[in-house]
Write a protein that binds this ligand. Structure first.
Ligand code: TXA
Ligand code: MG
Length: 329
């Protein structure tokens, strides 16, 4: 699980030759390609099975490079970059000419982030340029948080997988549209809304997901094969046992308040009390339910504050109506 210098040099070479590298970030594993190589960027979409209209995030080694990739950096964006990078924050800004339209799905804005992971930073520094990287999963599926998850999802389709162990944050970056001074949070994630508001000294809205029109923000995303149903915490056990009795193979995300309760179900994962631990584990739990052959997952939403906002967002999407082209349909 350790990555040595020779592998970092190799990864930079793979990126330069137009091939793909899966690499760890503090949030989830990314599927990386040279942002300035349109053919390599196209391969990312092919391997993921993702529509080319869905924009990618450009990863940089240093906030000082931001100027080269975006047209203008409004004061609020500058403040957020200074205070929260490296870290699980993505800023959407107007793109510079350096960003090919293949990477932005044709948009005039680009999403940029500096990840806080030693392996990602070493690779980006050695490579020198920007690396586009969506989460290293098939379109619509749960994001990978270990190198084994990446291999299980993408197999031989990726040229090199850097194994940096389990991702520490476990949910994707928070995406902030900072292209104007009226900032909005497009996707809650690893940096909390509270942390962003503390830096800016003002409230930042999180539009409900149904209001977000950006390609790539489907109602169903981050979904395991099993169908996910959300119920009130006090109904989790009864709902799960009923479904199991009706012949389903049920996976249960048991709320922390119910720790120790016995549930007759296929698989029971007690949810950790701390939101940090819950976020770190979440995608692994969903993958585990699939491995155990569950066809139904019963869960409830945590309080939507701090990291709970991102966890609730991922659970809602996992429970959302499935995309037509989702493999489970
Ligand atoms: O934590 C993360 O952000 C991970 C790691 C690998 O960095 N990456 C990730 O990428 O989650 P992906 O492709 O799975 O999600 C990126 C999302 C897109 O689905 C899209 O909604 C949004 O970023 N996005 C990208 N460019 C955008 C733009 N120009 N305007 C608005 N949203 C954009
Ligand atoms: Mg993704």
């Amino acid at each position: 699980m350790t990555v040595d210098t020779s592998e970092i040099v190799q990864a930079a070479g793979v990126l330069r030759s137009g091939e793909l590298v899966a690499f760890p970030t503090e949030t989830v594993y990314g599927l990386g390609a040279n942002a300035e190589d349109p053919a390599a960027v196209k391969r990312v979409f092919q391997v993921k099975g993702r529509p080319p209209s869905h924009p990618l995030i450009v990863h940089l080694s240093d906030a000082a490079q931001l100027d080269q990739w975006v047209d203008a950096v409004p004061a609020s964006a500058q403040q957020l970059a200074e205070r929260l990078w490296p870290g699980p924050l993505t800023l959407v800004l107007r793109r510079s000419r350096r960003v090919p339209l293949e990477a932005t799905g044709g948009l005039e804005t680009v999403a940029v982030r500096v990840p806080a992971h030693p392996v990602a930073l070493a690779m980006l520094t050695e490579f020198g340029g920007g690396v586009v990287a969506p989460s290293a999963n098939r379109f619509g599926a749960v994001s990978p948080t270990t190198a084994d998850d990446v291999r299980a999802e993408l197999g031989d389709a990726v040229d090199l997988v850097l194994d940096g162990g389990r991702c520490d944050v476990g949910v994707e970056s928070t995406i902030v549209d900072a292209s104007t001074e009226e900032l909005t949070i497009l996707r809650p994630g690893g940096v909390t809304r509270e942390a962003i508001e503390a830096v800016l000294g003002r409230a930042v809205p999180v539009p409900s997901t149904s209001d977000v029109r950006v390609p790539g923000q489907h109602p169903s995303h981050y979904a395991p094969r099993a169908r996910v149903v959300l119920v009130d915490p006090e109904k989790v056990v009864a709902e799960a046992e009923l479904a199991q009795e009706l012949g389903h193979r049920v996976g249960v995300l048991l709320p922390a308040a119910l720790a120790g309760t016995t549930v007759k179900a296929q698989a029971v994962v007690p949810v950790p009390d701390s939101m940090e631990a819950y976020a770190r584990g979440l995608f692994g739990y969903l993958r585990e339910f699939d491995k155990q052959g569950c066809d139904l997952v019963v869960a409830s939403l945590p309080a939507e504050e701090g990291l709970g906002l991102a966890i609730a967002n991922r659970l809602r999407r996992a429970a959302g109506p499935r995309m037509e082209d989702h493999p489970s349909n």
